[in-house]
Ligand binder design. Structure first.
Ligand code: NDP
Length: 250
């Protein structure tokens, strides 16, 4: 089960945190993985680490807010490892603030990365998937795109948008045998959340909201991605798989 041998995968934002774990899990399942970062040396560092573990990997520079960079990065992937057959839209960012704190710039910054960036990458990846008649697009949203949380208007809206975009693309690509799904984690301790979670009140609120009682691990998210990328998940499309320790079951 879940053998990805012969498949090529792109993981955006694979330099650290959840993306790093996803890249490793896909590689362990047999895929050749292109890891991206805005800094080429970071992408190449992770690719080299995967290669040292005996996997096939490539480091590619990519800022998902630039259409030109997205086109160039996918062209590099096409030429060097083929495909991709699998795209994981993991690159993401956040700006926290209340209604009176968030400015236009914060909204544009968050939406351009988390939502439009994922669209740009899906468009380029699908250009390679359609002719082959097989593909997997997996978007990393968040439980914050399903339930409301204070100070997360821009982030929550970007992730809710990603969930809805996923449904639309799933319908548009179903006949081409390309599935499009979401993995939506609750809080994982990474560079994205570490500072916010230093606030004892937020930390306690978050843990109290997760019935399992602990933070989610990057490997929990990666396992869900490997499943959705697999041959076995071919009939699962347009779905949001929450990896939230039960948060949204309330
Ligand atoms: P990190 O901050 O640890 O990593 C973010 C990754 O995204 C980095 O690899 C970074 O690459 C990349 N990135 C950021 N902006 C861009 C950009 N403009 N173009 C390309 N890459 C970019 O975050 P996490 O690992 O925590 O988050 C990964 C994903 O998971 C995000 O989509 C996030 O919203 C989502 N998520 C996270 C949760 C959490 O609690 N941590 C919970 C739910 C969802 P680099 O800086 O090297 O360019």
């Amino acid at each position: 089960m879940f053998d990805l041998s012969g498949k090529s995968a792109v993981v955006t934002g694979g330099s650290r945190g959840i993306g790093r774990a996803i890249a490793a899990a896909l590689a362990q399942a047999g895929a050749t993985v292109a890891v991206t970062s805005r800094r080429l040396e970071e992408a190449q560092r992770v690719a080299a680490e995967l290669q040292q573990e005996g996997h096939a990997a490539l480091g590619v520079a990519l800022d998902v807010t630039s259409s030109d960079q997205v086109r160039a990065a996918f062209e590099t992937v096409r030429q060097q490892i083929g495909g991709p057959d699998i795209l994981v839209n993991n690159a993401g960012t956040n700006r926290r603030g209340t209604l009176f704190e968030l400015a236009d710039d914060d909204w544009h910054f968050v939406l351009d990365t988390n939502l439009v960036g994922a669209f740009r990458c899906a468009q380029e990846a699908a250009r390679s998937m359609v002719p082959t008649g097989w593909g997997r697009i997996i978007n990393i949203a968040s439980q914050a795109g399903v339930v409301g949380a204070p100070r997360l208007a821009a982030y929550g809206a970007s992730k809710a948008g990603l969930i809805q975009m996923t449904r639309v693309l799933a319908l548009e690509l179903a006949e081409q045998n390309i599935t499009v799904n979401v993995v939506a984690p609750a809080y994982v301790v990474t560079d994205l959340t570490r500072k916010a979670l230093e606030d004892a009140t937020l930390r306690a609120t978050v843990l109290a909201s997760i019935p399992r009682g602990t933070f989610i691990q990057p490997s929990d998210v990666a396992a869900a991605v490997v499943y959705l990328a697999s041959l076995e998940a071919g009939m699962v499309t347009g779905h949001t798989l929450l990896v939230d320790g039960g948060w949204t079951a309330r």
